[in-house]
Write a protein that binds this ligand. Structure first.
Ligand code: GAF
Length: 388
């Protein structure tokens, strides 16, 4: 799906010329479930993208068309409560977000579609939210900063999709830079870019094809468990505002009070934050071997302590590990399915894809989708298009 195909579909349906916006999905090299704990993440925007064609329509109605699903949805600009159609809720939530900022949103038409695989852990939902957010910001000349758009989009996910997510996905979609990964401090929202050299190493995603229906409720309960851990620690260490501030020694000292589950969740988060900081050092020294070891440790923590992996993801990581040219692998995103992220030496990528596909088919009897990604820039208005 290209920008011009979405714009052409828009013109066929609505007979006007739209603004076109490109919104990428994201990968995350390391730092999982750390964002809502005030910690560090290391994502990048990648070339799995959703295009939006949007124009104001002079009506009190928003008319949406999902090109990929071939589904339409309409709502009045005064009726913004979430409904049964999940994809529409992301968009309604963004409109509600603008209105909460005191920015009136008049009726508009919108066609969108792309190639971000849904439920694969590349955050298609953030791409949908951020794409519309930038389109409306531009059309309404609302003047919100990218960080404000990221927060507004994150809020849409909370209020309209019921997922108490952190800021990573929306940040990555809006702040991605071609050829760079970005270290984000999710508390201060300070960030720094690191070049990622794809001539020597590629980011390859293996899609398990598994989508767990409990993913969002489990996600929210992980968040609650972390908050519980913080509440216990704060009684003794008032300076602990989030798990970002906690140490392993503090957790160990209060293990009985935390209880086994909360202790393991908190321990994972504290260790994962340390891994992100270390990973960035390795990245600047171009030590991909050491970087990859941290990815394996991250996966082990997500599987054993945080318990958000699943058999298919574990199998993919175990299958990748001994292959030639593989620096590291781990599950990516919220978990319970979706993709693994693999760092693979560029010259070994073809063989990696061949062997992984064969193994997955052999062991699970189903095909494996693989994406060799390129790091791209964040959400952007497309230059004017010449349409057929
Ligand atoms: C999902 C959430 F949306 C992110 O905020 C983040 O917590 C991630 O899971 C886990 O790291 O993608």
């Amino acid at each position: 799906m290209s920008a011009s195909a979405i714009a052409a579909a828009f013109q066929r349906i609505f007979s006007t010329v739209p603004l076109v916006v490109r919104a990428p999905g994201r990968v995350n090299l390391i730092g999982e479930h750390t964002d809502y704990n005030g910690g560090f993440v290391l994502p990048a925007a990648v070339d799995k993208e959703i295009y939006f064609a949007v124009a104001l329509n002079g009506l009190p109605v928003v008319r949406l068309y999902s090109h990929d699903k071939d589904e339409r949805h309409e709502f009045e600009t005064t009726q913004l409560q979430p409904g049964p159609i999940l994809w529409a809720n992301y968009l309604t939530g963004v409109v509600a977000g603008f209105q909460q900022q005191g920015i009136a949103v008049p009726g508009f038409d919108c066609v969108f579609g792309g190639n971000v695989p849904i439920g694969a852990g590349l955050s298609s939902s953030a791409a949908v939210e951020c794409g519309l957010a930038l389109a409306l910001n531009t059309l309404l000349q609302a003047g919100l900063s990218r960080m404000e758009l990221a927060r507004l989009s994150q809020q849409a996910e909370h209020t309209h999709a019921g997922v108490q997510c952190g800021i990573m996905d929306q940040f990555a979609s809006l702040f991605g830079k071609a050829g760079q990964v970005v270290l984000l401090d999710c508390r201060s929202l300070e960030y720094a870019y690191f070049p990622f050299d794809t001539t020597t190493c590629r980011i390859v995603l293996c899609n398990s094809g598994v989508k767990h229906s409990l993913a969002s409720s489990e996600y929210n309960s992980r968040r609650q468990e972390c908050e519980l851990g913080v509440a216990v620690l704060r009684q003794y260490y008032p300076q602990v505002r989030s798990l970002r501030d906690a140490t392993l020694a503090q957790l160990d000292a209060h293990q009985p009070e935390l209880g086994d589950i909360v202790y393991r969740r908190c321990r994972y988060v504290v260790e994962e934050n340390q891994r992100v900081v270390l990973a960035c050092q390795h990245l600047s020294e171009k030590d991909m071997v050491a970087f990859g070891q941290l990815m394996y440790a991250s996966h082990a923590g997500l599987r054993n302590q945080y318990e958000v992996s699943c058999a298919e993801l574990d199998l993919l990581v175990a299958a990748a590990r001994p292959l030639p040219g593989v620096y590291g692998a781990r599950m990516m995103g919220g978990g319970f399915g979706g993709c693994t992220i693999n760092l693979v030496a560029t010259e070994a990528v073809d063989e990696f894809c061949r062997l992984m596909t064969a193994q997955y088919q052999q062991q699970l009897g189903r095909p494996l989708e693989i994406y060799c990604t390129t790091i791209v820039g964040g959400v952007e208005v497309e230059p004017s298009l010449v349409l057929p």
